[in-house]
Design a protein around this ligand. Structure first.
Ligand code: ZN
Length: 147
């Protein structure tokens, strides 16, 4: 993959993302994958931006965005004190999310972002985009001529 960042910038991005990782949320998503019979995922692959899950065969990257750290607009769970500091921090996180998404897309990945709060509701609906993408890949592969 072509790396568009300096090593320093890149490690800053990676470190920031790792610190926001939420083990419990990942396990919740794994449970949903099982319920929905979604297979072919790998966890914590060393891919730019450290997606929570990737589907290597379909080149799909899945991120579970923590509502707090990623400044979810529907939860608005912002801290009460030091609001300026936190707003800047959340804005920075969101910028980084966009950079990661765009970089992956430029490299042929399709990116699915799932809000943490939607997993709490057990909302299987959140997986519909992912399922559609997985089906598209399978359909494309069927259309390819055999060698
Ligand atoms: Zn939220």
């Amino acid at each position: 993959m072509v790396d568009v960042f300096t090593p320093a910038k890149r490690s800053e991005i990676m470190a920031g993302i790792r610190s926001c990782r939420n083990e419990r949320t990942e396990l919740r998503l794994i449970r949903l994958f099982r319920i929905e019979r979604i297979a072919g995922w790998r966890r914590r692959q060393k891919i730019f931006g450290m997606p929570d899950f990737v589907f290597p065969a379909s080149k799909i990257a899945v991120f579970v965005d923590g509502c707090f750290w990623h400044g979810c607009p529907s939860c608005k769970r912002g801290p009460k004190s030091n609001q300026d500091f936190w707003h800047r921090k959340f804005a920075k996180n969101r910028r980084r999310d966009r950079t990661v998404t765009r970089t992956l897309q430029k490299n042929g990945w399709r990116v699915v972002r799932i809000w943490e709060h939607s997993l709490k509701d057990g909302a299987v609906r959140q997986l519909s985009q992912l399922k559609r993408l997985l089906e598209e890949t399978r359909a494309t592969k069927r259309r390819l001529p055999r060698r």
